[in-house]
Design a protein around this ligand. Structure first.
Ligand code: GAL
Length: 841
């Protein structure tokens, strides 16, 4: 018996020595308490008590929740709130507290909490001591718990956020809306974001990886340490495989309480390159030893790839030209708000990928780290952006980044780079978007200063900026302060124009300056609306704001100027806020300082009209895809261009217009072919071929009669793709389609279920607005519903919602820890209901 016990004990010790990891990053999202003061969802105000940060503050009746959390998205929508920030009650003062214990056995450790982002004006206390702050809600930051941690006792971390006066041009979200981790390591360890892997030379035979490392000594005496590095292959699921390179141990002297840098040069033979189709990645590990004992092991993934922006031949990835077929996107995840969820983000990226989008602009702020991890894995090129303004504000109350710029811009920009510099997907650093200083010669130095900060932390990627009004700014001298010049709306009639890209390339002094469309198009539309009702915009894709252009105009300019690297369309997805053209806020209409006094007056009058009409609109119309993730027609226009090898053809509009019998109802075709024939009820309406710089085929004088539209597309004279659109019968049933049927029981995984209203034969009823009641039994719950209608003021959490133009989205999550089955039931008056079973494992 005694022997058995001894063996068990020994095994246990061995196990703990063996398993005790030297660098632990624990999920710290669970078990937070939350209270909201200041502005309340109903418009009232609640006084903020004193001393909320103190350990003994009474929080027993606070709401319990897990992070990430966005208190704004909970609603309700309020008509009286600004459309530009989503008509959601995100203003307020939010306090989060979390009680936690640390075992006495961890006595010699250092403890940090890493916040991926907290909106906004974060202040953090541990056990009553202030340990950090970060005003900018999009920055990731670390706080050090070590000096005030209590071992074996209750610790309280308290976070105060304040969005009361925050200035934003879109819905910012509010709360600890990104993930939080508790990091534990030894006093001698690799510093925060302390590993930087670059690949100075790559050939078929050999890839050279340079691993720079910063090691911190947080002890009060000098340390003589050794350290080493290894490289492993990584698979698509982030599992390390074969070790492909390793260094011998090097030694380093560390002074007390100081950090010191070192590096390794390792060769990887026959490196597998990273590109957008083959996302081969590697993992670098840095091992740190004190007295030959391993004290830290730090892992960082990276890829072998080369990037070049050229003046004459666009952007080259691994030496080959790749057109940037990009989209700009804000950070919200539609009905889930700003609260980060990797499954929701992955769904967005999957949809973009299926359109052929290969590049993302993180407009106009540092993204969640998950976006870059997914971009690495899924094959996107990223323009990683820092700010929407520098010192001159862009919002009425002036409380946007302008008020932090002087004190924080170097830290915020530095941290973005340190955090993101190992991602092969990141191809450029953008200091900002439409920075008002772009118009003043005496302020151009600020762009140079930003470029200098960027170069201080990374010389392997260029500095850029999204600069608007290119008819002026692309030739003013401001463009000489970036490495690659981003032009917003260069093909728009307002501030760009015919041949602007070429003029930019030809301009004296631009001989080596590459250029691209950092923001393009801004076409607006509502999914499924062709003869739109109030506050909707037609989906014929013919509506652009004064500064924007139709996709076709941008395509033409890009085709005429192939040396331009490509474009980032505004936007991939509809987003919360900025509901142009029904934005009753001045930020977009009036913030173009290039307007003449007469133009400004006209814009002011337009704005007054909009304000009088009291638009309910709370989300944008710019998306190629709506807020719920349903593609609008424009999706197929981009797909046709961006995936030329995919046989596809798309007809618009739908063919359900009982009130248009005998009326002219134009029909457009988007196809990756070059020609198409359109048939109405079996009769040919002619075969049309795309002319030079023509991207859609139009039959403008079709007279509506119900029945069937058919398109046959051709490419190089050969049949390429066909499609049908039929007039549906009356709505008869609901149909559900889940994006997966197995859900993890981790309280994080999501299933997205599309509900379609169809006639009795299963043909989608494209105008249906039936109210759908969703319910779920078992181990699952409905997190949110949405239908893509930018004017709906129904809270996203509502399980009852009308279909919008035939569709509804239901988002389902497992109740944390509960395995089993759940069944979604969707019902609507007079329609056959539908069910979807989901396994929860
Ligand atoms: C741009 C701006 C974007 C968005 C867009 C709407 O000028 O950079 O943030 O406001 O207009 O078209």
């Amino acid at each position: 018996m005694k022997r058995k016990l001894l063996v068990a004990l020994l095994l246990c010790c061995l196990k703990s020595v063996y398993c005790q990891s030297v660098h632990v990053e624990d999920n710290f999202d669970r078990g937070w308490l939350f209270a909201r003061y200041g502005s309340q969802p109903d418009g009232s105000s609640k006084a903020e008590p004193e001393q909320v940060f103190q350990t003994n503050f009474k929080d027993a009746d606070w709401r319990q929740l897990n992070l990430p959390h966005d208190w704004g998205i909970e609603g309700p929508f309020r008509e009286d709130l600004d459309g530009k920030t989503g008509k959601l009650p995100w203003r307020g003062i939010g306090w989060y507290r979390k009680h936690f214990t640390i075992a006495p056995s961890e006595k010699r450790k250092q403890f940090y909490v890493d916040f991926d982002g907290a909106m906004a004006n974060a202040e953090v206390w541990l056990n009553g001591h202030k340990i950090g702050e970060r005003p900018y809600g999009y920055s990731s930051f670390r706080v050090d718990l070590t000096p005030h941690i209590l071992l074996g006792k209750d610790n309280v971390i308290a976070v105060r956020l304040n969005t009361e006066e925050l200035g934003s041009r879109w819905y910012p979200g509010a709360g600890i809306y990104r993930h939080v981790r508790l990091v534990k390591n030894n006093p001698v360890h690799v510093g925060h974001w302390g590993v930087f892997v670059t690949t100075p030379s790559i050939s078929d035979k050999k890839g050279v990886a340079k691993i720079d490392v910063a090691i911190d000594n947080n002890t009060s005496k000098g340390q003589s340490i050794s350290y080493a590095a290894e490289i492993y292959q990584l698979d698509a699921n982030d599992k390390p495989g074969k070790k492909v390179a390793s260094s011998s141990k090097q030694s380093m002297q560390l002074a007390a309480l100081k950090s010191q840098t070192g590096n390794f040069i390792l060769d990887v033979s026959q490196p597998l390159l990273w590109d957008i189709e083959h996302t081969n990645r590697y993992q670098a590990r840095v091992l740190v030893y004190v007295n030959n004992k391993l004290v830290d092991e730090y892992r960082e993934s990276f890829g072998f790839r080369t990037i070049q922006f050229t003046h004459d031949n666009g952007f080259l990835l691994n030496g080959k030209r790749v057109q940037l077929n990009g989209t700009c996107n804000h950070h919200d995840l539609g009905a889930l708000g700003a609260a980060m969820n990797i499954h929701a983000l992955e769904r967005q990226l999957r949809i973009l990928k299926s359109m052929g989008c290969n590049a993302l602009r993180t407009s106009h702020n540092p993204p969640a780290p998950e976006l870059l991890a997914l971009a690495d894995k899924m094959g996107f090129l990223v323009m990683d952006e820092a700010f929407d303004c520098f010192r001159i504000s862009k919002t009425k109350n002036k409380n946007d980044y302008a008020c932090w710029f002087d004190q924080w811009h170097e830290t915020d920009l530095r941290d973005l780079i340190l955090r993101d510099r190992n991602h092969p997907s990141v191809i450029m650093w953008s200091s900002g978007n439409e920075i008002p200083e772009q118009y003043s010669k005496d302020k151009f130095y600020l762009f140079a200063e930003m470029r200098n900060i960027i170069r201080k932390y990374d010389t392997t990627r260029p500095a850029t900026c999204g600069i608007s009004a290119p008819n002026k700014t692309a030739f003013s001298g401001v463009e000489l302060n970036v490495d690659v010049h981003g032009m917003n709306y260069a093909s728009g009639k307002g501030y760009g124009g015919d041949g602007l890209y070429q003029r930019f390339l030809d301009f004296n002094g631009h001989e080596h300056l590459p250029g691209y469309g950092s923001e393009t198009s801004s076409t607006i539309s509502t999914r499924g609306e062709y003869f739109p009702g109030r506050f909707q915009v037609s989906s014929y894709d013919l509506t652009e704001p004064g500064w924007g252009s139709l996709p076709d105009a941008e395509f033409k300019e890009l085709d005429r100027t192939p040396a331009i690297c490509g474009e980032f369309v505004w936007t991939g997805f509809d987003y919360l806020g900025e509901p142009t053209p029904f934005n009753s806020d001045a930020s977009v209409l009036l913030n173009h300082s290039t307007l003449s006094p007469e133009e400004l007056e006209k814009e002011k009058q337009k704005l007054e009209q909009i304000q009088k009409s009291r638009p309910p609109s709370r989300s944008s119309y710019f998306g190629i895809i709506d807020l719920a993730g349903f593609p609008k027609d424009r999706f197929y226009l981009y797909q046709a261009r961006w995936r030329p090898d995919l046989p596809m053809v798309h007809i618009l509009p739908h063919w359900n217009f009982p009130n248009r019998i005998g009326k002219v109802t134009p029909v457009f075709i988007y196809t990756s072919g070059d020609e198409a024939e359109l048939f109405l009820n079996g009769k040919s309406l002619g075969r049309k071929k795309k002319g030079q710089y023509e991207y859609r085929l139009r039959w403008d004088s079709v007279v509506y009669e119900p029945g069937e539209l058919k398109a046959i597309a051709y490419k190089n004279g050969k049949r390429w793709a066909d499609t049908l659109v039929k007039t549906s019968g009356t709505a008869a049933r609901l149909k559900v389609t889940a994006d997966k049927t197995v859900l993890k029981a981790d309280g994080v995984d999501l299933v997205f279920v599309t509900v379609d209203v169809t006639d009795k034969d299963g043909i989608i009823m494209p105008t249906a607005k039936d109210t759908i009641h969703c319910s779920i039994g078992g181990a699952g719950g409905i997190v949110a519903t949405d239908n893509g209608d930018p004017t709906s003021l129904l809270a996203f959490a509502s399980p009852v919602r009308p279909a919008f133009n035939g569709k509804l989205l239901v988002i389902i999550k497992a109740k944390s820890g509960t395995k089993g089955r759940c069944r979604l039931l969707v019902k609507a008056n007079g329609l056959r209901s539908a069910e979807q079973a989901i396994d929860i494992r």
